[in-house]
Design a binder for this molecule. Sequence first.
Ligand code: GDP
Ligand code: MN
Length: 378
Amino acid sequence: MKLLEYQAKEFFFRAGIPVPREKLVLSPKEALSAAGELGLPCVLKAQVGVGGRGKAGGVKLAKTEGEVKAHAGNIIGMDIKGEKVERLLCSEAVDIAEEYYTSITNDRANRALVLMVSPAGGVDIEQVASETPERILKLQIDPLMGLQAYQQRRAGAFLSEAKDVRKQIAAIIGKLYWMYVCNDLSLAEINPLVVTGEGKVIALDAKVIVDDNAMFRHPDFADYRILSEDEAVEHEAKGKGLSYIKLSGKVGCIVNGAGLAMATMDLIKRYGGEPANFLDVGGSSSPEKMLSAIDYVTSDKNVRSIFVNIFGGITRCDDIARGLLAATKDNPLPVPVVVRLTGTNEDEARELLEGTSFIPATDMADGAKKAIEAAGDG
Ligand code: GDP
Ligand code: MN
């Protein structure tokens, strides 16, 4: 789970790593009052999960109240690499003398952690790695021995000549390491770690990724998860026993079993269509489940047809048929629905659907083709 900067800074703050004074805001009005508290000039930073916000225009310095309002208005709602900005961090502006890079991450190949520092901070570290690799120091941290004091000092010495700055860096790296270990992180990154005009070292940006495999050890971290609109729908569907993943095509799919769902999507693609979703209704098949499956699929306005592809094993085809009929009794379907039911009680299911507006299919390929045709896809 990747945290947003303001969340990552909470981790930093708790770990005792110096960060600027800052406040999360959701509107230009809130930005103004935050700037009033923090003092001008201040920096307004888009809170999105993607990197390179600065270059994309998502980080702006504001010297006056007018600029705070204007920048906040511009950044909120802005699209940064496909992510819409909803949150803004208002941060006291820092007078920067030096910008460094610091991170700790897993080094799987060496079965260790790796501490990385570079005096070329503030910019894309991948660029530094490919153009001037000698400006990056990598130190392996033995997972049993832990970070050693000499490694902290070496990293400090690699970054700065100034004794006091080196000392502050060494201390920050020690705190970053404990933060990493205690919270089961898979990345802790500071870019830039800056030296201010007064010689104080502080973390200006923060990136933290929590290892998802360890989330069960940190139930309180669940509150940090911010779901996108699509993810929220997927999450809600999961609560109803459906595995639903929205895609971008026109042919909606309602299928039982993940393998069959994948095969169905493959077939739709094979015959020139595009699936609108992955949807596994699972083993049991109450009419309610079919109802909510149809709801999810048709709530996607791109959907032009639905292909119901059910293999009746434990799932009984007549149950599915009844579910489909119940789902359409009061509200007629907004799109054509092609149905292929095979297995347990398939004859009974076919009888139930006869004379209705459902389009029967003899097999998977026939169903896929009919659904694509009905969608006007391909
Ligand atoms: P990123 O582009 O998403 O990595 O966002 P950062 O928070 O790292 O900010 C990008 C750059 O903006 C930094 O490397 C700094 O050069 C600049 N910046 C951010 N905050 C301040 C500040 O308080 N003062 C000054 N002078 N520059 C800042
Ligand atoms: Mn940064």
